[in-house]
Design a protein around this ligand. Structure first.
Ligand code: AMP
Ligand code: GLY
Length: 434
């Protein structure tokens, strides 16, 4: 069948790479896609305005697209799934209502409270004065979150009460994030280790995929401001992430969420990306995202042995039953690491159109691949095109070997205006249990 993938980043490059290997895929269209994505076999990039749902439907009809995979959160939260499904086009991704799990932190927190899903203690506020009183009551450190989508910047981990009160005032006044901050969630600070856990649901059946760990801070040693993610590896650190913990997360967090979404009349179909904090061996839900993580998707796709297109399509049509048996979704029993190369200045202002050399000389295989997050090609040369630009990924028998291969590829990329973290995987490698 013809498949349309929505998105343009490193995550979508990895999804495109894997989808074109699917026996379901005759042709893959990607919008907006990128020059690098278009280098994948069977792939054409098209220029569609995804906020114009009618235009997307029209494209699908004209190009006999039977299946749409939505990569990023924004089109999901803006409700692209529903009108496509109304025209009998299968869509991988939740409905507009179900995407609220990521689109509204208050929605997600209230669901947790109602259905007893472990998460940090919290309250929601729209007025400054009661919010400040709650901060005084809870004390610092404390976490302040804008309710709506704020391009990954809507979370402030405040070290002091003063910082917390200022963050609340900035958000509620509309100064910080406009409408996304018109309501805030204030929550208890959880002191633990973060894991990204991925599960897939067809609206009813929910199955575990795998785990990963991201590196959100921009500089080595987890210093500097938060970013979209500077590198990730999968699976998560073995001393931390055990089969028992995964089962606990499925039984106490993901399955109850799936049942809750059904009970609320908003069944969830798509990816549950549970952002977890593990505190003394116990998992707490920090947030849900309703799509694959970026860059977590890249190592995940490299480890996935099964046919991605089939799994996503079966989820989209509401029938994951053939994947229910333990081990039906197969993974390489290896470790994958992705290191993000970003433009100097990111996550602040950065230059565009800087020259990157060496990319075409690096051999790409099933076990090592450079996914492009923000490049374009001009006159045969690769130029940067964003903050996070390349997601260099490899898989190896151990995390150590994957790290050697990934950084080996990076050493052959010549990019004067780029930078990357040198310590991706430090937690897992420190313990030596990779
Ligand atoms: P989010 O955008 O919700 O993923 O939050 C961004 C980051 O803030 C997370 O990756 C955590 O590192 C941190 N964070 C969010 N909520 C909490 C919390 N309750 N306790 C500690 N850290 C948190
Ligand atoms: N890596 C973090 C995210 O995708 O939200």
């Amino acid at each position: 069948m013809n498949i349309l993938l929505i998105g343009a980043g490193g995550r979508e490059h990895a999804l495109a790479w894997k989808l074109t290997q699917s026996k379901l895929c005759d042709q893959l269209f990607v919008t907006q896609g990128s020059d690098a994505i278009e280098c994948e076999p069977k792939t054409s990039c098209v220029d569609l305005d995804v906020t114009n749902h009618h235009a997307v439907i029209q494209f699908c009809k004209e190009h006999e697209v039977e299946f749409v995979v939505i990569g990023p959160e924004t089109p999901l939260i803006e409700g692209l799934t529903d009108p496509l499904e109304a025209k009998n086009i299968a869509v991988f991704g939740p409905s507009k209502k179900a995407a609220q799990l990521e689109g509204s932190k208050a929605f997600m927190k209230n669901l947790c409270k109602k259905y007893d899903i472990p998460t940090a203690a919290y309250e929601c506020f729209t007025e400054i004065s009661p919010a400040h009183d709650f901060i005084d009551k809870l004390g610092a450190p404390i976490v302040i979150k804008a309710d709506g989508l704020a391009a990954g910047k809507g979370v402030i981990v405040a070290e002091t009460i003063e910082q917390a009160k200022k963050a609340v005032s900035d958000m509620l006044s509309g100064e910080a994030f406009g409408n996304a901050g018109a309501s805030v969630v204030i929550e208890e600070f959880l002191d633990g280790e973060e894991v990204s856990f991925f599960a897939i649901s067809d609206g009813n059946i929910v199955l575990p995929l795998s785990s990963a760990q991201d590196h959100k801070r921009v500089f080595d040693g987890d210093k500097g401001p938060n970013t979209g993610g500077m590198g990730a590896y999968s699976p998560a650190r073995q001393g931390l992430w055990t089969p028992e913990l995964e089962q606990n997360v499925m039984e106490c967090i993901v399955k109850p969420t799936s049942e809750a979404m059904q009970a609320e009349g908003t069944p969830f179909k798509g990816i549950y990306y549970a952002g977890l904090m593990i505190v003394k061996g116990q998992p707490y839900l920090i947030e849900y995202n309703v799509r694959f993580g970026d860059p977590e998707c890249q190592p995940l796709m490299m480890r996935l042995k099964s046919d991605l297109g089939m799994i996503l399509y079966d989820a989209a049509i509401g029938d994951l039953s053939q994947w229910k048996e333990r081990g039906a979704i197969q993974w390489r029993d290896e470790h994958a690491m992705c290191v993000v190369m970003a433009t100097e200045g990111y996550p602040g202002a950065y230059k565009k159109d800087t020259l990157i050399e060496g990319l075409d000389d690096i051999e790409q295989t099933d076990s090592s691949k450079i996914f492009h997050a923000g490049t374009h090609k001009m006159d045969g040369k690769w130029l940067s095109h964003g903050g996070r630009v390349l997601a260099v990924t490899s898989v190896g028998k151990t995390l150590e070997l994957s790290k050697l291969e990934t950084y080996g590829m990076i050493s052959r990329i010549h990019w004067a205006d780029g930078f990357y973290r040198k310590d991706i995987g430090w937690r897992a490698l420190k313990t030596g249990k990779s």
